[in-house]
Design a protein around this ligand. Structure first.
Ligand code: GLA
Length: 399
């Protein structure tokens, strides 16, 4: 069986009771921001390409209240993050032109600090808050973006927000927080979908123009199965920035602004000038993946699930062979899912080297897929059957 997905109400209730224990008072603000699963378009966002994620019913909740003084206190209930679980943050000076916060403390709090520093609304007051989440930590479902976007939404709820600000601005500020405070040069996909997800829809995002289009995905016969491999290969940490750099180098050779501007004939050109094989492979993944994403959105709109599934498999193979970001566990999960009748497509999702796969499957076959994987996968996977869910929202405004 798949994991039960906790309701917002139950998460909220738990967060509020922890808040009461910790702070001896009641929280009067509550927000939620979701994690995401990417259906297709992997490692294309930082190449100005297309991506098509959906927001998950797995969310990060923040409850809290405004307090006097300059010090915010934040508690996380998450057992999977580093200690300490309770931190304090000296809030930026109201008159400061640039908000900078010390880059110190456990990793989870750097996301919170980064967002406070990059918050574009009215200067936030000090606060007490509890963070509670159902998004698995570091599992490739954007637990970081969910925390960033939840923090931003929490500050919006506390201050009343900035009416001039768009969801694009909000997503970009959260991305900047991650670049500056977590040192991860991520693209824009995760923050965008966490801000803009809509129930019953995937989102086709054009990462060059920062525009997006809803793609309905609400056919009751079709299910999105997320399988967490529960492995995370600790590589040097430089894999992601290295891939980014290789893409830029390939674009430079082709005299293009980015690989978004390249096409199949550019792959031939790279071959003809005997470009370094790694660079050629990386470029081929990105160029073909951008095209697959455009085709995938079209297929999904036409309810052509067979075609979409086939594109998912091609995407996985390209990530495995050309982009080299898969791992044996993810390959095995994809292979096992595809062995079951009723599976339309399956692929690794997110940055790679562990984390999750995403599988599109007929609803009446999903239990069979889960059983088959459980029986044959050499590890302990976790399964989530997910519907496209709403993006970040304020659940309760201050009284
Ligand atoms: C991580 C990044 C995203 C994106 C994916 C790969 O999740 O945060 O911006 O680049 O990897 O598609």
């Amino acid at each position: 069986m798949a994991e039960p997905i906790p309701t917002i109400e139950s998460l909220l209730e738990h967060a509020k009771s922890v808040f009461r224990e910790e702070f001896d008072s009641d929280a009067d603000v509550a927000v939620a921001a979701p994690g995401r699963v990417n259906l297709i378009g992997e490692h294309t966002d930082y190449n100005d390409g297309f991506v098509m994620p959906m927001a998950l019913p797995l969310v990060t909740i923040i409850v809290g209240r405004k307090v006097a003084g300059d010090v915010a206190t934040i508690v996380t209930t998450n057992k999977d993050v580093d200690d300490p679980k309770k931190i304090t943050v000296e809030m930026p000076n109201r008159n400061a032109l640039v908000r900078t916060l010390e880059h110190s403390g456990p990793k989870w709090c750097l996301y919170v600090k980064g967002v406070i520093a990059n918050y574009a609304g009215p200067c936030p007051p000090a606060f007490e808050a509890v963070v509670h989440t159902s998004v698995p930590t570091g599992g490739g479902l954007s637990s970081s973006a969910a925390l960033e976007v939840a923090t931003y939404t929490f500050l919006d709820a506390l201050t009343g927000g900035n009416p001039q600000e768009s969801l694009n601005d909000k997503a970009l500020a959260c991305q900047k927080a991650e670049h500056q405070y977590a040192g991860m040069p991520c693209g824009i996909m995760d923050q965008f979908i966490s801000c803009m997800g809509q129930e019953g829809n995937a989102l086709l995002i054009d990462c060059r123009h920062m525009t997006s289009q809803l793609v309905p995905l609400d056919d009751p016969q079709i299910v999105v199965l997320v399988t967490n491999s529960n492995v995370k290969h600790e590589l040097t940490g430089s894999e992601y920035p290295t891939r980014r750099r290789h893409c830029q180098e390939a674009a430079l050779i082709l005299k293009k602004v980015s690989l978004r501007d390249a096409n199949e004939s550019d792959i031939d050109y790279l071959k003809s000038i005997e470009t370094d094989e790694t660079l050629l492979n990386r470029a081929r993944h990105v160029i073909t993946e951008i095209e697959r994403t455009v085709q995938g959105a079209k297929a999904l709109k036409e309810h052509n699930y067979q075609k979409f599934g086939q594109l998912m498999v091609e995407s996985h193979n390209s990530l495995r062979d050309d982009y080299a970001v898969s791992c044996p566990e993810l390959d095995s999960l994809v292979r096992l899912a595809l062995e079951v009748d009723g599976t339309l497509g399956s692929r690794m999702t997110g940055g790679g080297f562990g984390g999750c796969t995403v599988t599109l499957v007929y609803a009446n076959a999903v239990d069979k897929v889960i059983q088959h994987i459980r029986k044959n996968y050499k590890g302990t996977p976790t399964f989530y059957v997910c519907k496209p869910s709403p993006g970040a929202r304020i659940l309760q405004r201050p009284t």
